[in-house]
Design a protein around this ligand. Sequence first.
Ligand code: FE2
Length: 281
Amino acid sequence: MNSEPRGAVEPGPVVNVRTGGFGLGYRSELMDEISNAAYVDTLEVLSEQFFDSKSRELLRELAAAYHVVPHGTGLSIGSFTRPRPEYLQSIRQVCDEIGADYYSEHLCMTRAPGVNMGHLGPLLPSRASVDIVARNVDIVQNELGLPLALENITQPLILPSPDMSEAEFFSEVIDRTGALVLLDITNLYTNCVNQGRDPDAELSHMPLDRVRHVHLAGGRWRDDVLVDSHSHPVPDAVWELLKTVSSITRNFNLIIEHDQNYADPATIVSQVARAREVVLT
Ligand SMILES: [Fe+2]
């Protein structure tokens, strides 16, 4: 395995990656239903699940039948410490196995030296954070030789910052790095509901021209907080936001995220058909 960096990915207005796919996050519990749904052509895999070479056979089988796109949770792109070379090497092996043309991660922090938070921690929206993320995005794109798509996360509170708002921070990072956007519409909606903001206004501040990947999911209420639990059907308000996004761009792959509560696989998987209809009509 060649461990040399592949070279910089030039930031720029146009990054051509394969888009137009509709599907779900790969979950073994859903595969019987998915295999009977001809409208599902794309699966998103969690790269960390396939770091072990013993799991690669399954990865190859999935890639033979579907457009497989890799996604991760452990990069910690906002950490002051640099991305770990061995972790990047494992990602690169997964990407090579499926011929990925981009890699996606959350704009967040999950690690500090010696500590794995086990949680997607929000970053302080500051110029210092932009600098750190920009340095790390360069390292990752250089090592993988692929563009990185950054995902907006849910967070329970607004971190106070004199520099910029959460949406300005996201846009600043994308402008500065040339990274692509994984727009999680449910995350945007959930933050707006919990923080008392208007989702349409929030959406209008996102760099939609850089979107190449979209997530939809459904959460649940816990007391008076909307929790992004990936356990329920996508709510109507999120479908409406998808309509708005689709009126601006359709240049993305769309993934339904459903990670628990598999009692009704038909309903879960059929959301992919609805997504196709919303985006394409
Ligand atoms: Fe997501």
